[in-house]
Each structure stands twice: as C-alpha cells, then as structure tokens.
Design a binder for this molecule. Structure first.
Ligand code: 5GP
Ligand code: ZN
Length: 119
C-alpha cells in the first residue's frame, strides 16, 4: 500500500527528516545509497515529489522522472561504473518486489550483475 507523503519513507528522506547518504540532489531529483546494498554500487534515485510507482507518473511528474536516466548516467560516471556497466531498474508493484511505494530507480553496478531479470 502507498503511504501518504506525510508518512512516506522516501518523502521523509527528501525532506531530510530521515537521514540517508545523499549522492545527488537538485530541485526535482534526489539520489542516495541503498541501506542494504546488493552490489558494490547500489544507489536509489527518486523524484522528490511523491509518486507511488512507475504506474502512477502524472504529466506533472513526467519531466522530473524523465531526467532520471541522465542523472543515473552521471552518477554511474561519478561512482566508477560507467565503463564496466550498470543497470537502472524500478520495481512496480508486489509481484515485482516493490517494498517502498515512492517511485525509485535502483542504480546497480560494480560487479557482473548477471543476465536474469526474473527467477
Ligand atoms: P524496492 O524493494 O521497493 O524496489 O526497493 C526499496 C529499497 O529501499 C530496498 O533496496 C531497500 O534496501 C531500500 N531501503 C529501505 N529502507 C531504506 C532506508 O531507510 N534508507 C535507505 N537508504 N534505503 C532503504
Ligand atoms: Zn513519497
């Protein structure tokens, strides 16, 4: 279920009410280290405005969300994985394993990530 913005964990991180290891911030987009990294580089990139998931992007939110691949590419360079390769993905809904219902993209890299996208 999606928490309201007042209770949403990633909204709280965006409002600096919950600490996180921030690696990028602009007016619309924030990136921080995943608390349980699954790869040597595991960052989460979010639009600051609350949006439950990839299926809920409004026209108003689309511009910020659309900039996330460019932010990811810059972060991949900054974190030394641009050459080796990296993955950007968003889990949408329970079957995809989404656990935090504020849209976020995982940026993963720093090791061979494997070919399987589902098991
Ligand atoms: P999802 O499973 O929804 O695709 O991804 C949620 C991600 O958020 C997980 O990889 C999880 O480790 C991360 N996460 C959960 N709680 C926190 C937190 O409080 N801080 C940070 N930095 N990451 C979190
Ligand atoms: Zn939120």
């Amino acid at each position: 279920m999606s928490a309201p913005a007042s209770e949403c964990l990633f909204c709280k991180i965006a409002r600096k009410e919950v600490p996180a290891a921030l690696v990028y911030e602009d007016e619309e987009v924030l990136a921080f280290k995943d608390i349980f990294p699954q790869a040597p580089v595991h960052l989460l990139i979010i639009p600051k405005a609350h949006c439950p998931g990839l299926g809920d992007v409004t026209p108003e939110a689309a511009a910020a969300v659309g900039r996330i691949p460019q932010v990811a590419a810059q972060l991949a360079k900054d974190h030394g994985v641009a050459t080796g390769g990296w993955r950007l993905l968003s889990n949408c809904g329970p079957d995809a394993g989404q656990t935090v219902f504020h849209l976020h993209f995982h940026l993963l890299g720093g090791k061979p990530l494997g070919a399987k996208l589902c098991v």
